[in-house]
Design a protein around this ligand. Structure first.
Ligand code: ADP
Ligand code: MG
Length: 242
């Protein structure tokens, strides 16, 4: 769109990276600020906050170092992770921000962990961005529901809010760099989400109803299936050797 062209003309590549860096650092910084506020309100002996805050500082550190090496080809570490665990960690991280915004978060998933083969740091980045968008869409408070389940050999992660919603004609612009409707937004969060999910062989679908809310549905391959697929290809290539 015109708006996007105008903005990208104005920003050099370096400027775009700087904007991305600022965006990704603002998330953990906001969360740190929230924890500091909670600690002040609740007085001394809040040691359990230190661990989370220290994890957030590590995240900032990681993001900065990631950006410092962005020009070089980088190896992203993929491992097996429990989606349930990832969700719990991220929900805990965003709890202060949700509380400050009068937003209640609820989770629905099975007790059996759903395993996904992913880059933990990237997947966390995706969930954080989606939950933040949901919280930011509910200026007057509301509810965010997070659901994880397996259906037709795919892992689904759904984030549902009852916030402002997105007008139909704007749905197509989501994920374009710098598309934002927020005064302090950068419009880079969803772009990162799309890129990361694509790299994980997944898809993102966004449904929204203005004034009613938004549903983001991520579908990812099941870890077992994905690894099986790789092994199949490997076996086939061995067979091809005379
Ligand atoms: P930012 O949050 O910095 O604006 P994003 O890429 O995360 O950038 O989101 C782009 C735009 O998409 C937002 O400015 C907002 O207009 C819209 N959006 C994303 N998620 C939601 C949501 N859950 N509810 C309503 N609008 C949303
Ligand atoms: Mg965002």
């Amino acid at each position: 769109t015109e708006e996007f062209l105008r903005k990208s003309d104005r920003l050099s590549v370096v400027g775009q990276l700087a904007a991305g860096l600022a965006h990704e650092i603002r998330n953990p910084l906001t969360s740190l600020k929230g924890f500091l506020q909670l600690m002040r309100e609740r007085g001394p002996n809040q040691d359990h906050y230190y661990e989370i805050m220290s994890a957030e500082l590590n995240r900032i550190n990681f993001i900065v170092s990631e950006f410092l090496i962005i020009a070089k080809p980088q190896v992203i570490q993929y491992e097996m992770y429990s989606l349930n665990q990832l969700i719990h960690t991220v929900i805990q991280l965003l709890e202060p921000e949700a509380t400050m915004n009068n937003v209640r978060m609820s989770v629905k998933m099975t007790d059996d962990p759903i395993m996904i083969y992913c880059s933990e740091i990237q997947m966390k980045q995706v969930f954080i961005n989606l939950l933040k968008n949901a919280i930011e869409a509910m200026q007057a408070g509301g509810e965010v529901r997070v659901e994880a389940y397996v259906e037709r050999q795919q892992v689904h992660l759904r984030v549902v809010d009852n916030g402002a919603g997105i007008p139909r004609e704007r749905l197509a612009s989501l994920g374009e760099p710098f598309y934002t409707t927020k005064e302090k937004g950068t419009g880079l969060g969803l772009m990162m989400c799309f890129k990361i999910i694509e790299a994980h062989q997944g898809t993102i679908q966004i449904n929204s109803q203005i004034h009613e809310g938004t549903e983001v549905d991520i579908a990812l391959p099941l870890a077992a299936q994905q690894q099986g697929g790789r092994e199949e290809r490997w076996k086939n290539s061995i067979k091809a050797v005379p």
